[in-house]
Design a protein around this ligand. Structure first.
Ligand SMILES: [Zn+2]
Length: 278
């Protein structure tokens, strides 16, 4: 199967993860810009990080046979320092123009503060102006309120809904997301967020159209093979292969395919580890 992982933070993962992902059939991945675990103090440290995921990480992935793309933005957790966030966004164009950048993201909310909302709106409008896909992060805790805020802003600003994915949905936010034509993401973590059983029930209730599943693996307890495990469970649980192929390949390909930079190469050959040069 040709599998696309639509949301993963390889910056925080090891080469063992790349090998395991390749062996499991994952060939194309998208890495949104995220919070590094400690708030940055300078615009320059954001820019160095953007360059890292656009260039170094793409090269690292290629050696393991994986075609890696990035999404670039100031993440919600660092938007509360609004002056710094705005300074970063003032200089973000050259990173959005990078040939490996396929989306603006992740933007959205963490605690639904006014500064987060201001940053979200500004970056959402930049994406609309550039006709780029957008990855929206819903909060972990005030999730339903965050979904409401995001959807109300999307509607009020009249931005193109089919170019947006609202990610990290649960049972309580699907109804709000389905008010729009946005893609909806389900994130599966080993111990929190969703598990495969809940994903299967959500898909039965809300349909599989424009839905994507991601591992969103990062520094925390997470699993870069999460979406494979969900796919196996969905098959056992009676979802057909075309549906699963839609979720693992067709829907992410259609979503990111709006970007002219997204030209997935499923046929990269891994470099033998003995020849791997640091
Ligand atoms: Zn993420």
């Amino acid at each position: 199967m040709r599998i696309i992982e639509p949301h993963i933070h390889m910056y925080s993962r090891t080469t063992d993860d790349y090998q395991a992902m390749w062996e499991a059939g994952i060939r194309v991945i998208v890495e949104p810009a995220f919070w590094l675990g400690q708030n940055r103090r300078y615009a320059g440290t954001f820019y160095d990080y953007f360059a890292h995921i656009l260039e170094f990480e793409t090269e690292r992935a290629r050696k393991f046979g994986i075609d890696h793309y990035a999404a670039i933005a100031v993440n919600p957790k660092e938007c509360d320092d609004l002056d710094l966030a705005n300074e970063v966004i003032d200089g973000i164009d050259e990173y959005l123009d990078h040939p490996r950048c396929v989306a603006v993201g992740e933007i959205g909310m963490n605690m639904n503060t006014e500064n987060e909302i201001a940053c979200f709106r500004r970056q959402l409008l930049i994406a609309e102006q550039r006709a780029m896909p957008v990855v929206i992060h819903l909060p972990h805790i005030p999730k339903k309120e965050g979904a409401r805020i995001a959807v109300d802003i999307i509607k009020a600003e009249g931005v193109t809904q089919k170019r947006i994915i609202i990610d990290h949905n649960t049972e309580e936010t699907m109804e709000i997301g389905r008010e729009t034509d946005c893609y909806l993401g389900l994130t599966v973590y080993p111990y929190s967020k969703l598990n495969p059983e809940r994903v299967s029930m959500i898909l039965r209730e809300w349909g599989t159209g424009q839905v994507m599943i991601a591992g969103s693996a990062d520094w925390g307890v997470s699993d870069p093979l999460s979406l494979i495990k969900v796919a196996d469970y969905l098959l056992q649980d009676g979802h057909d292969e075309a549906t699963i192929n839609g979720i693992l390949h067709d829907q992410p390909a259609a979503f990111y395919g709006v970007s002219p930079n997204f030209k997935p190469d499923f046929d990269l050959t891994p470099v033998p580890v003995s020849e791997y040069q640091r």
